[in-house]
Design a protein around this ligand. Structure first.
Ligand code: ZN
Length: 409
Protein backbone atom coordinates (compact mmCIF):
# COMPACT_ATOMS: atom_id res chain seq x y z
CA UNK A 1 0.00 0.00 0.00
CA UNK A 2 2.97 2.27 0.59
CA UNK A 3 3.75 2.25 -3.13
CA UNK A 4 0.11 2.97 -3.94
CA UNK A 5 0.09 5.95 -1.59
CA UNK A 6 3.16 7.42 -3.25
CA UNK A 7 1.79 7.05 -6.78
CA UNK A 8 -1.91 7.66 -6.27
CA UNK A 9 -2.05 11.47 -6.19
CA UNK A 10 0.54 12.19 -8.85
CA UNK A 11 -0.66 13.91 -12.03
CA UNK A 12 -0.02 10.83 -14.13
CA UNK A 13 -1.22 11.29 -17.69
CA UNK A 14 0.07 10.87 -21.28
CA UNK A 15 3.05 13.20 -20.81
CA UNK A 16 3.62 15.12 -17.57
CA UNK A 17 6.38 16.08 -15.13
CA UNK A 18 4.84 13.66 -12.62
CA UNK A 19 5.31 10.76 -15.07
CA UNK A 20 9.08 11.08 -14.44
CA UNK A 21 8.45 10.77 -10.69
CA UNK A 22 6.11 7.82 -11.27
CA UNK A 23 8.80 5.79 -13.01
CA UNK A 24 11.47 6.84 -10.51
CA UNK A 25 9.27 5.58 -7.67
CA UNK A 26 8.73 2.29 -9.52
CA UNK A 27 12.46 2.07 -10.13
CA UNK A 28 12.92 1.94 -6.35
CA UNK A 29 10.81 -1.24 -6.34
CA UNK A 30 12.21 -3.10 -9.36
CA UNK A 31 14.96 -2.18 -11.86
CA UNK A 32 13.36 -0.15 -14.63
CA UNK A 33 14.89 1.12 -17.84
CA UNK A 34 13.21 4.35 -18.93
CA UNK A 35 12.74 4.81 -22.68
CA UNK A 36 11.99 8.35 -23.87
CA UNK A 37 10.15 9.25 -27.08
CA UNK A 38 9.78 12.87 -28.17
CA UNK A 39 6.50 14.73 -28.65
CA UNK A 40 5.64 14.73 -32.33
CA UNK A 41 7.08 11.24 -32.98
CA UNK A 42 4.87 9.41 -35.43
CA UNK A 43 3.56 6.09 -34.09
CA UNK A 44 1.77 4.35 -36.95
CA UNK A 45 -1.24 6.61 -37.62
CA UNK A 46 -0.81 8.44 -34.30
CA UNK A 47 1.54 11.13 -32.99
CA UNK A 48 2.96 11.53 -29.48
CA UNK A 49 1.30 14.62 -27.97
CA UNK A 50 2.89 17.42 -25.97
CA UNK A 51 3.29 17.46 -22.21
CA UNK A 52 0.38 18.82 -20.17
CA UNK A 53 1.26 21.19 -17.37
CA UNK A 54 -1.33 22.59 -14.96
CA UNK A 55 -0.64 25.94 -13.29
CA UNK A 56 -4.13 26.73 -12.10
CA UNK A 57 -7.71 25.55 -12.45
CA UNK A 58 -10.35 27.42 -10.48
CA UNK A 59 -14.01 28.31 -10.79
CA UNK A 60 -15.26 31.10 -8.57
CA UNK A 61 -18.79 32.36 -8.02
CA UNK A 62 -19.78 36.02 -8.53
CA UNK A 63 -18.70 36.80 -4.93
CA UNK A 64 -15.22 35.39 -5.51
CA UNK A 65 -15.80 32.19 -3.49
CA UNK A 66 -14.00 29.17 -4.86
CA UNK A 67 -16.40 26.53 -6.20
CA UNK A 68 -13.84 24.26 -7.85
CA UNK A 69 -10.08 24.10 -7.38
CA UNK A 70 -7.93 21.63 -9.31
CA UNK A 71 -5.44 21.70 -6.42
CA UNK A 72 -8.03 19.75 -4.40
CA UNK A 73 -8.29 17.06 -7.03
CA UNK A 74 -6.73 17.09 -10.50
CA UNK A 75 -9.82 15.27 -11.79
CA UNK A 76 -11.65 18.61 -11.51
CA UNK A 77 -10.04 19.56 -14.82
CA UNK A 78 -10.65 17.68 -18.04
CA UNK A 79 -7.37 15.88 -18.59
CA UNK A 80 -5.40 17.88 -21.18
CA UNK A 81 -7.78 20.86 -20.73
CA UNK A 82 -6.62 23.97 -22.55
CA UNK A 83 -6.48 27.40 -20.87
CA UNK A 84 -9.44 29.70 -20.48
CA UNK A 85 -10.01 32.77 -18.42
CA UNK A 86 -13.14 34.90 -18.19
CA UNK A 87 -16.41 35.84 -16.53
CA UNK A 88 -19.30 33.80 -17.94
CA UNK A 89 -22.91 32.96 -17.16
CA UNK A 90 -24.00 29.52 -15.93
CA UNK A 91 -25.61 28.98 -19.34
CA UNK A 92 -22.27 29.58 -21.07
CA UNK A 93 -20.45 27.49 -18.47
CA UNK A 94 -22.79 24.48 -18.72
CA UNK A 95 -21.32 22.89 -21.89
CA UNK A 96 -17.92 22.90 -20.09
CA UNK A 97 -19.13 21.08 -16.96
CA UNK A 98 -19.02 17.29 -16.72
CA UNK A 99 -20.78 15.23 -14.06
CA UNK A 100 -21.92 11.66 -13.52
CA UNK A 101 -25.51 11.15 -12.34
CA UNK A 102 -24.85 7.47 -11.51
CA UNK A 103 -22.47 8.43 -8.70
CA UNK A 104 -23.73 11.87 -7.62
CA UNK A 105 -20.95 12.52 -5.08
CA UNK A 106 -18.02 11.53 -7.29
CA UNK A 107 -15.98 13.67 -9.68
CA UNK A 108 -15.89 12.02 -13.10
CA UNK A 109 -12.64 11.52 -15.03
CA UNK A 110 -12.85 12.98 -18.53
CA UNK A 111 -10.08 13.37 -21.09
CA UNK A 112 -9.58 15.42 -24.21
CA UNK A 113 -6.08 14.40 -25.26
CA UNK A 114 -6.33 14.99 -28.97
CA UNK A 115 -8.85 17.84 -29.40
CA UNK A 116 -8.68 21.28 -27.86
CA UNK A 117 -11.24 21.71 -25.10
CA UNK A 118 -11.47 23.33 -21.72
CA UNK A 119 -13.71 22.20 -18.91
CA UNK A 120 -14.33 21.18 -15.33
CA UNK A 121 -15.49 17.90 -13.85
CA UNK A 122 -17.76 18.23 -10.86
CA UNK A 123 -19.90 15.95 -8.71
CA UNK A 124 -23.55 15.96 -9.74
CA UNK A 125 -24.65 17.05 -6.27
CA UNK A 126 -22.30 20.03 -6.37
CA UNK A 127 -23.50 20.86 -9.86
CA UNK A 128 -27.10 21.01 -8.60
CA UNK A 129 -26.06 23.67 -6.09
CA UNK A 130 -24.80 26.06 -8.78
CA UNK A 131 -27.01 29.17 -8.92
CA UNK A 132 -28.02 30.94 -12.12
CA UNK A 133 -25.33 33.57 -11.79
CA UNK A 134 -21.98 34.68 -13.24
CA UNK A 135 -18.80 32.70 -12.66
CA UNK A 136 -15.11 33.40 -12.98
CA UNK A 137 -13.15 30.73 -14.84
CA UNK A 138 -9.38 30.62 -14.55
CA UNK A 139 -7.73 27.66 -16.20
CA UNK A 140 -4.02 28.13 -16.84
CA UNK A 141 -2.41 25.13 -18.52
CA UNK A 142 0.62 24.77 -20.81
CA UNK A 143 1.54 22.34 -23.56
CA UNK A 144 5.24 21.72 -24.11
CA UNK A 145 7.36 19.36 -26.17
CA UNK A 146 8.70 16.67 -23.86
CA UNK A 147 8.98 12.87 -23.73
CA UNK A 148 6.57 10.01 -23.55
CA UNK A 149 8.03 7.66 -20.96
CA UNK A 150 7.99 3.89 -21.15
CA UNK A 151 9.35 1.92 -18.22
CA UNK A 152 10.67 -1.55 -19.03
CA UNK A 153 11.88 -4.38 -16.79
CA UNK A 154 13.23 -7.61 -18.24
CA UNK A 155 13.74 -11.09 -16.80
CA UNK A 156 15.77 -13.13 -19.23
CA UNK A 157 14.79 -16.76 -19.82
CA UNK A 158 16.47 -19.52 -21.80
CA UNK A 159 14.41 -18.85 -24.93
CA UNK A 160 14.38 -15.68 -27.01
CA UNK A 161 10.60 -16.02 -27.18
CA UNK A 162 9.05 -13.29 -25.05
CA UNK A 163 6.04 -12.82 -22.85
CA UNK A 164 4.82 -9.22 -22.62
CA UNK A 165 3.22 -8.08 -19.36
CA UNK A 166 1.93 -4.53 -19.52
CA UNK A 167 0.00 -2.01 -17.51
CA UNK A 168 -0.61 1.73 -17.70
CA UNK A 169 0.21 4.43 -15.20
CA UNK A 170 -1.98 7.25 -16.58
CA UNK A 171 -5.36 7.91 -14.85
CA UNK A 172 -4.42 10.31 -12.01
CA UNK A 173 -6.15 10.01 -8.62
CA UNK A 174 -7.55 6.60 -9.53
CA UNK A 175 -6.32 3.25 -8.33
CA UNK A 176 -8.21 0.23 -9.62
CA UNK A 177 -8.10 1.36 -13.26
CA UNK A 178 -4.43 1.22 -14.20
CA UNK A 179 -2.47 1.62 -10.99
CA UNK A 180 -3.61 -1.66 -9.39
CA UNK A 181 -2.20 -3.45 -12.45
CA UNK A 182 1.10 -1.56 -12.15
CA UNK A 183 1.42 -2.62 -8.50
CA UNK A 184 0.59 -6.22 -9.37
CA UNK A 185 3.26 -6.33 -12.08
CA UNK A 186 5.96 -5.03 -9.73
CA UNK A 187 5.05 -7.85 -7.32
CA UNK A 188 5.00 -10.38 -10.18
CA UNK A 189 8.45 -9.25 -11.32
CA UNK A 190 9.85 -9.95 -7.84
CA UNK A 191 8.28 -13.43 -7.77
CA UNK A 192 9.30 -14.45 -11.30
CA UNK A 193 12.83 -13.14 -10.82
CA UNK A 194 13.43 -16.00 -8.37
CA UNK A 195 12.41 -18.71 -10.88
CA UNK A 196 14.36 -20.48 -13.58
CA UNK A 197 12.35 -19.48 -16.64
CA UNK A 198 12.00 -20.74 -20.19
CA UNK A 199 10.58 -17.55 -21.72
CA UNK A 200 11.95 -14.02 -21.46
CA UNK A 201 9.54 -11.74 -19.58
CA UNK A 202 9.26 -8.07 -20.46
CA UNK A 203 7.26 -5.79 -18.19
CA UNK A 204 6.04 -2.46 -19.55
CA UNK A 205 4.63 0.59 -17.79
CA UNK A 206 3.27 3.35 -20.04
CA UNK A 207 0.32 5.65 -20.67
CA UNK A 208 -2.55 3.57 -22.06
CA UNK A 209 -3.01 3.26 -25.85
CA UNK A 210 -0.35 5.78 -27.01
CA UNK A 211 2.24 3.96 -24.86
CA UNK A 212 1.46 0.59 -26.48
CA UNK A 213 1.43 2.20 -29.94
CA UNK A 214 4.80 3.82 -29.23
CA UNK A 215 6.39 0.58 -28.03
CA UNK A 216 5.08 -1.32 -31.04
CA UNK A 217 5.90 1.30 -33.68
CA UNK A 218 9.34 2.21 -32.29
CA UNK A 219 10.56 -1.40 -32.12
CA UNK A 220 10.52 -1.94 -28.34
CA UNK A 221 8.25 -4.91 -28.96
CA UNK A 222 8.70 -7.16 -31.96
CA UNK A 223 5.43 -9.08 -32.40
CA UNK A 224 7.14 -12.04 -34.11
CA UNK A 225 9.18 -12.71 -30.94
CA UNK A 226 6.16 -12.65 -28.67
CA UNK A 227 4.64 -15.87 -27.37
CA UNK A 228 1.69 -14.09 -25.72
CA UNK A 229 0.86 -10.94 -23.76
CA UNK A 230 -1.19 -10.18 -20.67
CA UNK A 231 -2.63 -6.76 -19.85
CA UNK A 232 -2.86 -6.14 -16.13
CA UNK A 233 -5.52 -3.73 -14.85
CA UNK A 234 -8.57 -3.52 -12.54
CA UNK A 235 -7.16 -6.13 -10.16
CA UNK A 236 -8.04 -4.37 -6.89
CA UNK A 237 -11.83 -4.52 -6.74
CA UNK A 238 -14.42 -7.29 -7.05
CA UNK A 239 -15.01 -10.89 -6.03
CA UNK A 240 -14.70 -12.92 -9.22
CA UNK A 241 -11.67 -13.38 -11.44
CA UNK A 242 -12.35 -12.62 -15.09
CA UNK A 243 -10.26 -13.52 -18.11
CA UNK A 244 -10.79 -11.92 -21.51
CA UNK A 245 -9.60 -14.30 -24.20
CA UNK A 246 -7.12 -13.44 -26.94
CA UNK A 247 -8.48 -12.46 -30.35
CA UNK A 248 -7.77 -16.05 -31.45
CA UNK A 249 -9.99 -17.47 -28.71
CA UNK A 250 -8.13 -20.78 -28.48
CA UNK A 251 -4.47 -19.81 -28.13
CA UNK A 252 -2.43 -21.83 -25.60
CA UNK A 253 -2.73 -18.99 -23.07
CA UNK A 254 -6.54 -19.14 -23.36
CA UNK A 255 -6.52 -22.89 -22.82
CA UNK A 256 -4.19 -22.63 -19.82
CA UNK A 257 -6.26 -19.96 -18.06
CA UNK A 258 -9.54 -21.69 -18.87
CA UNK A 259 -8.41 -24.73 -16.86
CA UNK A 260 -7.58 -22.76 -13.71
CA UNK A 261 -10.46 -23.05 -11.22
CA UNK A 262 -12.85 -20.20 -10.45
CA UNK A 263 -12.25 -18.02 -13.48
CA UNK A 264 -15.04 -16.46 -15.50
CA UNK A 265 -14.14 -16.48 -19.21
CA UNK A 266 -15.05 -13.58 -21.50
CA UNK A 267 -14.71 -13.53 -25.29
CA UNK A 268 -12.46 -11.04 -27.04
CA UNK A 269 -13.93 -7.83 -28.35
CA UNK A 270 -12.01 -4.85 -29.69
CA UNK A 271 -12.83 -2.54 -26.78
CA UNK A 272 -10.98 -2.16 -23.49
CA UNK A 273 -7.33 -1.47 -22.92
CA UNK A 274 -4.00 -2.18 -24.65
CA UNK A 275 -5.17 -5.61 -25.84
CA UNK A 276 -6.75 -3.62 -28.71
CA UNK A 277 -3.36 -2.38 -29.96
CA UNK A 278 -1.65 -5.75 -29.40
CA UNK A 279 -4.41 -7.57 -31.28
CA UNK A 280 -4.79 -5.03 -34.10
CA UNK A 281 -4.09 -5.48 -37.82
CA UNK A 282 -0.40 -5.79 -38.55
CA UNK A 283 0.43 -6.66 -34.90
CA UNK A 284 -1.68 -9.69 -33.92
CA UNK A 285 -0.08 -10.59 -30.60
CA UNK A 286 -2.32 -13.07 -28.75
CA UNK A 287 -3.21 -11.03 -25.66
CA UNK A 288 -5.34 -11.94 -22.68
CA UNK A 289 -6.63 -9.70 -19.91
CA UNK A 290 -6.70 -11.14 -16.41
CA UNK A 291 -8.77 -8.92 -14.10
CA UNK A 292 -11.20 -8.84 -11.23
CA UNK A 293 -14.37 -6.85 -12.03
CA UNK A 294 -13.71 -5.47 -15.52
CA UNK A 295 -13.87 -1.72 -16.14
CA UNK A 296 -17.35 -1.67 -17.67
CA UNK A 297 -18.85 -3.52 -14.71
CA UNK A 298 -18.29 -1.14 -11.79
CA UNK A 299 -19.89 2.27 -11.27
CA UNK A 300 -16.81 3.86 -9.71
CA UNK A 301 -14.91 3.40 -13.00
CA UNK A 302 -13.43 6.69 -14.28
CA UNK A 303 -14.45 8.68 -11.21
CA UNK A 304 -12.86 9.97 -8.02
CA UNK A 305 -14.56 7.03 -6.24
CA UNK A 306 -11.96 4.70 -7.81
CA UNK A 307 -9.84 5.34 -4.72
CA UNK A 308 -8.32 3.68 -1.65
CA UNK A 309 -11.78 2.93 -0.23
CA UNK A 310 -12.71 0.91 -3.31
CA UNK A 311 -9.80 -1.43 -3.62
CA UNK A 312 -8.43 -4.06 -1.28
CA UNK A 313 -4.78 -5.01 -1.02
CA UNK A 314 -5.74 -8.68 -0.54
CA UNK A 315 -7.40 -8.61 -3.95
CA UNK A 316 -4.15 -7.58 -5.61
CA UNK A 317 -2.34 -10.41 -3.81
CA UNK A 318 -5.07 -12.88 -4.74
CA UNK A 319 -4.75 -11.82 -8.39
CA UNK A 320 -0.98 -12.08 -8.13
CA UNK A 321 -1.47 -15.78 -7.32
CA UNK A 322 -3.59 -16.20 -10.47
CA UNK A 323 -0.92 -14.50 -12.59
CA UNK A 324 1.81 -16.72 -11.14
CA UNK A 325 -0.30 -19.85 -11.68
CA UNK A 326 -0.92 -18.82 -15.30
CA UNK A 327 2.68 -17.99 -16.12
CA UNK A 328 4.11 -21.08 -14.42
CA UNK A 329 1.58 -23.41 -16.02
CA UNK A 330 2.39 -21.95 -19.47
CA UNK A 331 6.07 -22.59 -18.80
CA UNK A 332 5.40 -26.24 -18.00
CA UNK A 333 3.72 -27.09 -21.30
CA UNK A 334 5.99 -27.46 -24.28
CA UNK A 335 4.87 -27.23 -27.89
CA UNK A 336 4.63 -30.41 -29.95
CA UNK A 337 6.63 -30.33 -33.16
CA UNK A 338 7.00 -33.05 -35.74
CA UNK A 339 10.56 -33.53 -37.02
CA UNK A 340 9.74 -34.57 -40.59
CA UNK A 341 9.66 -31.72 -43.06
CA UNK A 342 6.47 -32.47 -45.02
CA UNK A 343 3.92 -35.15 -45.72
CA UNK A 344 2.85 -37.67 -43.13
CA UNK A 345 5.70 -39.60 -41.54
CA UNK A 346 6.18 -43.15 -42.86
CA UNK A 347 4.67 -44.80 -39.80
CA UNK A 348 5.54 -48.37 -40.87
CA UNK A 349 9.20 -47.44 -40.47
CA UNK A 350 8.55 -46.60 -36.80
CA UNK A 351 6.40 -49.71 -36.18
CA UNK A 352 3.40 -47.45 -35.67
CA UNK A 353 1.24 -48.77 -38.46
CA UNK A 354 -0.52 -52.09 -38.79
CA UNK A 355 1.33 -54.46 -41.11
CA UNK A 356 -1.74 -55.54 -43.13
CA UNK A 357 -4.09 -52.80 -44.27
CA UNK A 358 -7.78 -53.24 -43.45
CA UNK A 359 -10.67 -50.90 -44.27
CA UNK A 360 -11.55 -48.16 -41.71
CA UNK A 361 -9.49 -46.99 -38.78
CA UNK A 362 -9.36 -47.49 -35.04
CA UNK A 363 -9.83 -44.74 -32.46
CA UNK A 364 -6.11 -44.97 -31.76
CA UNK A 365 -5.33 -44.41 -35.45
CA UNK A 366 -7.44 -41.27 -35.43
CA UNK A 367 -5.91 -39.88 -32.23
CA UNK A 368 -2.40 -40.61 -33.55
CA UNK A 369 -3.14 -38.87 -36.86
CA UNK A 370 -4.68 -35.83 -35.17
CA UNK A 371 -1.64 -35.44 -32.93
CA UNK A 372 0.67 -35.56 -35.93
CA UNK A 373 -1.62 -33.15 -37.79
CA UNK A 374 -1.53 -30.56 -35.00
CA UNK A 375 2.14 -30.94 -34.06
CA UNK A 376 3.27 -27.88 -36.00
CA UNK A 377 5.16 -26.25 -33.11
CA UNK A 378 2.33 -23.89 -32.11
CA UNK A 379 0.29 -26.24 -29.92
CA UNK A 380 0.90 -28.12 -26.69
CA UNK A 381 -0.75 -31.25 -25.26
CA UNK A 382 -3.52 -29.20 -23.66
CA UNK A 383 -4.32 -27.40 -26.93
CA UNK A 384 -4.51 -30.66 -28.87
CA UNK A 385 -6.58 -32.26 -26.12
CA UNK A 386 -9.17 -29.47 -26.40
CA UNK A 387 -9.14 -29.55 -30.21
CA UNK A 388 -9.86 -33.28 -30.49
CA UNK A 389 -11.69 -33.69 -27.19
CA UNK A 390 -9.45 -36.45 -25.86
CA UNK A 391 -8.00 -36.42 -22.36
CA UNK A 392 -4.53 -34.93 -21.90
CA UNK A 393 -3.31 -38.10 -20.19
CA UNK A 394 -4.17 -40.23 -23.25
CA UNK A 395 -2.56 -37.77 -25.68
CA UNK A 396 0.51 -37.61 -23.52
CA UNK A 397 1.04 -41.41 -23.85
CA UNK A 398 0.95 -41.15 -27.65
CA UNK A 399 3.33 -38.22 -27.58
CA UNK A 400 5.79 -40.04 -25.34
CA UNK A 401 5.74 -42.92 -27.79
CA UNK A 402 6.35 -40.57 -30.74
CA UNK A 403 9.19 -38.91 -28.85
CA UNK A 404 10.82 -42.23 -28.02
CA UNK A 405 10.88 -42.99 -31.74
CA UNK A 406 12.36 -39.59 -32.56
CA UNK A 407 9.28 -38.37 -34.45
CA UNK A 408 8.35 -35.47 -32.21
CA UNK A 409 10.34 -32.94 -30.21
ZN1 ZN B 1 -9.57 3.92 -17.97
Amino acid sequence: MQLLNKLYKLNRTLLSDDNYDTLEILNNEIPIKIHKFKSGTKCFDWKIPKKWKVNKGTLKDSNGNIVINSNDNILHLINYSSSYSGKISLKELNPHLYFDKKLPDAIPYRTSYYSENWGFCISYNKYLQLKDDYYYVEIDTEFEDDNLLIGESVIKGKSKKEVILSSYYCHPNQINDGLSGVILLTKLYKKLKKLNLKYTYRFFFWPETIGALTALSQGLIKPKNVEYALVSTTVGYGKNVNYKRTYLGNHSIDNIVEDIDDINILDYKPTGSDERQFSSNGIRIPTGVLTLTPYEKYNEYHTSADNLNLICKNNINKMLDFYIKTVVSYEEYSKCKIVTSGGEPFLTKYNLYRTVSVPGHSDDDLIRNWILHYSDGTKNIKDISKLINVDESIISKFIENFKSKGLLV
